[in-house]
Design a protein around this ligand. Sequence first.
Ligand code: MTE
Ligand code: CO
Length: 390
Amino acid sequence: APAPDPVITEVQDWNRTLGDGVQARPYGKPSAFEKDVVRRDVEWLTASRESSVNFTPLHALDGIITPSGLCFERHHGGVAEIDPAKHRLMINGLVDKPMVFTLDDLKRFPGRVNRAYFLECAANSGMEWRGAQLNGCQFTHGMVHNVWYSGIPLKTLLDEAGLRGNAKWLLAEGADASGMTRSIPLDKALRDCLVVWGMNGEMLRPEQGYPLRLVVPGWEGNMWIKWLRRIEVGDQPWHHREETSKYTDLLADGRSRRFTFIMDAKSVVTNPSPQAPLRQKGPNVLTGLAWSGRGAIRRVDVSLDGGRNWRTARIDGPVMSMSLTRFYVDFDWDGREMMIQSRAMDETGYVQPTKDELRKVRGTNSIYHNNGIQTWLVRSNGETENVEIG
Ligand code: MTE
Ligand code: CO
């Protein structure tokens, strides 16, 4: 007979003494045993308050919704701690009636909506352009999150103010110390942009723009202005810093791609991955995430041998347009070395490219819009590394 398991045979503390009563935690927190599941930064990457970023622990999550407290953060001037009573949203420029709204005004508008969308920073995977670098999908792919937003279509507010005939672009402006601004084409604003105050059923977290944020589905995260305080309507883009020197893609011949708003289809295997190695031979669950700024994910293929053979992954959970989509491959591991890859296809038929295919078109100067296929090398002891197949 096997040795008795003390976890079963000995009475544990939690079985012997009373636990806390209900009001010990008026706002609940995760178990103390989950203390390693946190947003993390990379020391040598921008870590000053003028420009800071941390990463979603994708390897420790499942399903498609990112818990509010684990959504990666990207701030160009730190977190603005705004008193909602002192916050206003102004709409001005090429409108019939310039308007100012309080948060309470916005909450009284008819037509409130709830939508789940991914937000991906254009710089996600940017450190991987020239080769494999950071060890963990948290760091290579963790500038993405996916939450439920509650708010109203931006169109509702623009209709209220009345667009002038020559209106073509909007400038969205944040109230934080960076005074972040981005130009947004009017047709996108009218199609599906939202002004939101809610996130996963509660108010936005300060890190995500409390009390108001702009949602720009499928487009680069930089345009999703947090702490939104003003929308100016104009007839052309403003050419501000974030759309000239930043968030443009320098090509090999010295020209730059600009206004590259859409985040193309992308995927990553989150388990196994460097922070979540394989622990046992036999049955294992491979899982990951796929998303596309052009619509819904139609299919995800997974290779265990560096792209030679592919099998179609099983998608589970809702498949929503411009939202993270969860996939699984249930497989038996015999202990052999594997080169794991995933490849997403969206409803437009667009297929996620290899990193080499991307570099052929875009050169090696880029940071933004790296949606190339990721490779994880799983060694025979289960340890997993970020590699590239040359
Ligand atoms: N909005 C304001 N006002 N200030 C900012 O620094 N950062 C932008 C965007 N909106 C930013 C902002 C960038 S680069 C990204 S990727 C997203 O917000 C990050 O959103 P998150 O912090 O919710 O992840
Ligand atoms: Co960004």
